[in-house]
Design a protein around this ligand. Sequence first.
Ligand SMILES: Cc1cc2nc3c(=O)[nH]c(=O)nc-3n(C[C@H](O)[C@H](O)[C@H](O)COP(=O)(O)O)c2cc1C
Ligand code: SF4
Length: 520
Amino acid sequence: MKSPRIFVPNDATAVACGADRVARKLEAGLAARGVTADITRNGSRGLFWLEPLIEVETERGRVGYGPVKPSDIEDLLHAGILHGADHPLCVGVVDEIPYLKKQTRLTFARIGIINPLSLTDYKAHGGYRGLERAITLGPSATVEEVVESGLRGRGGAGFPTGIKWRTVAAAPADQRYIVCNADEGDSGTFADRLIMEADPFCLIEGMTIAGLAVGATKGYVYCRSEYPLAFVVMEKAIEKARDAGLLGNNILGSGLAFDMEMRMGAGAYVCGEETALLESLEGKRGLVRAKPPLPAHKGLFQKPTVINNLVSLATVPVILDKGGKYYRDFGMGRSRGTMPIQIAGNVKYGGLFETAFGIPLGELVYDIGGGTASGRPVKAVQAGGPLGAYLPTHQFDTPFDYEAFTAKDALIGHGGLVVFDDTADMADMARFAMEFCAHESCGKCTPCRIGSTRGVETLDKVMAGEKREQNLALLTDLCHTMKLGSLCALGGFTPYPVMSALNHFPEDFGAAPKLPAAAE
Ligand SMILES: Cc1cc2nc3c(=O)[nH]c(=O)nc-3n(C[C@H](O)[C@H](O)[C@H](O)COP(=O)(O)O)c2cc1C
Ligand code: SF4
C-alpha cells in the first residue's frame, strides 16, 4: 500500500501558530501506530485563521484539518484522517474552500501546494518554463513581453515594470544589477515573505529572467531582518539552483550567466525606499538619494540597476510562461493582472487573497475577510501600509485599482489592508502616523525630519483640547508642507493617513462631525 502523504506547513505564520509541535506530535502518533507516512513540510496556503492546517492526500483531493493543536493529533488519527475521514476540524477538500476557490492564483499558484525546497515539485508545477521561454525569446523580446503584460511595480509606486527594464537594458554599462526589494515594511503585509518561504524558486527564476533580459549578471535580495526563516530558505534554494545549473555561468546550458546573493537589512522602514536600500546594500547608512539620477541609470555602485519589489519579480515567470497578453487580460483599466491582497488587522479571515484588480474594497473586507474578528462594526481600513489613507465604510465601493484609489487620495501600495473596528480612535491613529514618520525619517530633508515631530506635538495639543481649531489648522498646513516639500514618499505620504483620519472622523479629534459627502 502507498504511504499516506500528509502536509504540515513550516512557514513563519504556521510555525508561530504551533506547526512544528503539531508535526512532531503527528510523527510520534504515526510511529506509535507503526504507520509509515510521507510528511511534507509545505508553505501556508495563506488561509491564516486555519493554521496550523494539516492536509492529507486522498482520492478526492487534499483534505484539510485546522486549526490543529498538538493535543488534537491523537483524536484526528483515531478518527482516520489518513483516509480523509470526517472530524470537527475537517475543512473538506482544501481547493474547494470558497476563500481559495474564489481566487485567481497566478503569482501564488504553487503556494502551499509544493515542498518549497524541491526543484522537482517546482518544475512539476510549471516552474522554469518561463525561463526556458525567455532564453528562446532573447533579451529584448523578453523585456517586451513584460511591457505587454502591463505589470506595474507591486512595491508601492505602481511604475510599469517593463518600462523600467527597457531603461536599464538601454543604459550603456560594463555591469548591471538586479535588486529585489524584500524589505516588506508595510503594516499588514506578508506576500514577499510567503513567496520566499513557500516558493523560493519562483523568485530565483524571476530574477534570473530579469538578469538575462537586461544584461545583468548579478542580483541581490535585500531581505528585512525580521524574516530570518525566509532568509534561510532562500539561501538553501539559491544553493540548490546553483547546483542544478539554474544559476551560475551556464544557465540551462545556454552559456548565459546570472547569479544572486541574499543580504539582510537592519530594521529600518526607510530602507525599503529604493535609493536608501541601495545605500544600505553598499554598506552605508540608509539615507535617501536625490533623484535624478534614477537607479535605472545609476543604481547599485553607480551602475544601471533594476530594483523591483519581490512580488513584481516573482510574477515574471508566469508572464513569460503564459505570455504577456494572458496576464494583461486580467484586471481593469491600467491595473492589469492580479494582486496578492493581504487582509489583516481586526478581521475574521485574515490571509492572502490573490485576485484580478477591480474587486470592491467592501467585498474584500466583508465577504472575503468576514468583517471584524471582534464582531463589532468596521470603522475603517488602512490600505497601502503606514503611509496609506484610512478609508471609511462609505468608500467601500471603491474598486481595488491604482487609479480608483488615487482618486480617493488613497494608496494600493503593496496590497495590505488593515481593518479597524469602531473602538479605534482615529486621532490616535493620526498621531501614530506622525510618530512613525518621526521615528523612521532618514533625516535628509526638513519637512519630514522636523515636520513629523511638530506634527506629533500639534496632535498632542489637539487631543488635549488646547486651542483645537487653531492647532487643527496648523496641522493641515503642516501636512500640506510635508506633502509638497519632502524628498521621498515617507515624508510626502505621511499626511495621507493623518488627513484622511481627520477628514473622515473629525469627531475623534473633538471637532464637529462632517457629513460623509463633505468628508471626501
Ligand atoms: C519609505 C518607503 C518605504 C518603502 N518600502 C518598500 C518596501 O518595503 N518594499 C518595496 O518593494 N518597495 C518599497 N518602497 C517602494 C520602493 O521605493 C520602490 O518603488 C520599489 O522597490 C520599486 O519596485 P516595484 O516597481 O517593483 O514596485 C518604499 C518606498 C518608500 C518611500
Ligand atoms: S522625506 Fe523623510 S525619509 Fe524621505 S528623504 Fe526626507 S527625511 Fe528622508
